[in-house]
Design a protein around this ligand. Sequence first.
Ligand SMILES: [Zn+2]
Length: 175
Amino acid sequence: MTEGTTFFKFCPHCGSQDFVYTNNFKFSCHTCDFVLYHNIAAAVAIVFTHQDKILFTVRNVEPDKGKLDLPGGFIDPDETAEQAACREIKEELGLAIASQELKYITTSPNNYLYKNVAYRTMDIFYECPLSDELIEVAAKDEIKDLIWIRRDQINLQAIGFVSIRKVIQERYLSE
Ligand SMILES: [Zn+2]
């Protein structure tokens, strides 16, 4: 990852250009000793299942516009992961899902490059079975389309984020 080295050119405290990104999570100013942590951000992803199919979204925004994704998003301050998942599901799909309907699956790290800022995330995965396939996009600005794909027909290369590609491959393709 080299993107992170470019997204701040000056120390936000003193303006010095001797401001380095040393270890993928911390900026340090050699002039005034200011330190800025760029810690891992937490996010959620939901695997909706119906029979042998999985629901994918088609991203309508960068990064990875046009690629397959899962419903989900960043966790807000003071939210639990389950609350974030339920909020994102409501915002993106218009579905009211209760926390108890979400089954924890696993976590997987991801890279999320947005406006030249290299966010590193920890994605928390939940699974939620649905009784039918009738879902519509509520957040049309973010999501271009919804696609149910049979597990044996999933093209991993069409999935944008490395975290989602990994979890789908390891947890859903071999069953
Ligand atoms: Zn400084």
